[in-house]
Design a protein around this ligand. Structure first.
Ligand code: P5A
Length: 442
């Protein structure tokens, strides 16, 4: 992508309305634009990062055995009347009437709709277990939308729903998602700690929130320091191995960890003082087991091996991609801007042409741009007619992991500089060596 042809409306001033660093940086770099309270456009730079986040979520959901579909944002009120949540949900639900005066709503979550899909097709235990997910916009008319896309009214959610014959099966489904979540967040450079949590309007009695520790987080959390060192399940994890997944769940729930709603002061005080961590955190995921709450109310039953009908045991599992993007920025930035982990960076590298219009600089930039592009790199070429200083500042601000700096003096010797955004380390080498090094370390 040539920056001269990209759309990246960088703001010169720090936006006054932004209270936390991620919100400030997302506005400054032109990642998002507020359209109305709690409702955002994802501009091209932001959309690239969001797509990378979604791709990782999707890969790990698929790896764990979940199957993707896509449900609509608008739902009929009737479904919610069946479960009893139409009245229970309160003012967070945006209620709409269509031209026939039929009550509709903009979905805040999809338990009812997926239960309807399930009951329409699945009739036998032989078709279980099943886990269906989608990545779709939700709307919750939050009283206090704030911090940009961290707590917005319209937001993206990955929501998965599991169906099993009995509690035992459902617990395995829960453990699958539990392990998949640990892997998902780790791949984005985050350490998410599963904490016992309140189930709120979703219901049930088994639930964990996945929390990233951050001073700007909205939740007050309490946990054991051991969580900072626990191993993340590897690529070789077998999601059909019931005992293996139970062992991962047991390990990651073996120490005290709770959000303020579930906090047990006495149990926390039983942890050695030096091991106690009391901090603030951002909830990036939340998983629930709620048994037959929806299946009983909505008649989602299957024929079991005993020839009898059983209401299926269900769980639901959410991740907030549009919240994860600012959460990652909260965890990874410095005074100059964002520092993207490689896995979700909007570009793999940025080439900075220090003197656009200079034949040697332009030529070298084009060579590097096309060679890296051909090697599968997603490269941003800063070909604008601007001061070198401004280009350096932009590259640091948008946080692309590697900068390739092409200036008239070094290119006269056939050399360029590679700068690592995270460490600030710079290395001078020939054009060819730079290309080879980048390709080798991709
Ligand atoms: C689980 C999946 C549910 O809705 N039903 C389907 C369950 N859970 S939840 O905890 O309410 O939400 C899941 C995740 O969505 C993100 N999220 C938000 N992101 C941005 N702005 C919001 N207002 C918002 N509300 C929820 C969070 O990451 C949450 O963990």
């Amino acid at each position: 992508m040539r920056l001269s042809r990209f759309f990246m409306p960088i703001l010169k001033e720090n936006p006054k309305e932004a209270e936390i660093v991620s919100h400030r940086l997302m506005l400054r770099t032109g990642m998002i634009r507020q359209q109305s309270s709690g409702i955002y456009t994802w501009l091209p730079l932001g959309k690239r990062v969001l797509d990378k986040v979604n791709a990782i979520i999707r890969e790990e959901q698929n790896r764990s055995g979940a199957v993707e579909l896509l449900m609509p944002t608008l739902q009929s009120a009737e479904l919610w009347q069946e479960s009893g949540r139409y009245d229970a949900y309160g003012k967070e639900m945006l209620r709409i009437k269509d031209r026939q005066d039929r009550p509709m709503l903009y979905g805040p979550t999809n338990e009812e709709m997926i239960t309807d899909v399930f009951r329409s097709y699945v009739k036998s235990y032989r078709d279980l277990p099943l886990n269906l997910y989608h990545i779709q916009l939700k709307f919750r008319d939050e009283i206090r939308p704030r911090f940009g896309t961290m707590r917005s009214r319209e937001f993206l959610m990955k929501d998965a729903y599991s169906f099993d014959l009995d509690r035992e099966g459902a617990e395995h489904a829960y453990n699958r998602m539990f392990a998949a979540y640990l892997r998902t967040f780790a791949r984005m450079g985050l350490r998410a700690i599963p904490m016992r949590a309140d189930t709120g309007p979703i219901g049930g009695n088994l639930s964990h929130e996945f929390i990233i520790l951050a001073d700007t987080g909205e939740s007050e959390v309490f946990c054991h320091k051991d969580f900072l060192g626990f191993d993340i399940p590897g690529e070789e994890t077998n999601f059909d191995d019931v005992a293996g997944l139970k062992a991962i769940f047991d390990k990651w729930t073996s120490r005290y960890a709770a959000t303020s709603e579930m906090h047990d002061e006495a149990a926390f005080n039983a942890v050695a003082e030096g091991d106690r961590l009391s901090a603030r955190g951002i909830e990036v995921g939340h998983i629930f087991y709620f048994g037959t709450k929806y299946s009983e109310a909505m008649g989602a039953k299957v024929l079991g091996p005993d020839g009898k009908e059983h209401a299926v045991h269900m769980g639901s599992y959410g991740i907030g991609p549009t919240r994860l993007v600012p959460a990652i920025i909260e965890a990874s930035h410095d005074d100059n801007g964002i520092i993207w982990p490689k896995s979700i960076a909007p570009f793999d590298a940025v080439i900075i042409n220090m003197k656009a219009g200079d034949a040697a600089c332009d030529g070298a930039c084009e060579t590097i741009y096309s060679k890296l592009g051909n090697a599968g790199f997603d490269v941003l070429l800063d070909d604008r007619d601007d001061r070198a200083g401004a280009k350096f500042a932009t590259a640091d601000l948008i946080g692309v992991p590697v900068q390739v700096i092409v200036g008239p003096r070094s290119i006269a010797n056939g050399e360029v500089e590679l700068k690592d955004r995270k460490t600030g380390e710079r290395e001078t080498m020939t054009v060819e060596a730079a290309i080879n090094k980048l390709i080798a370390t991709k």
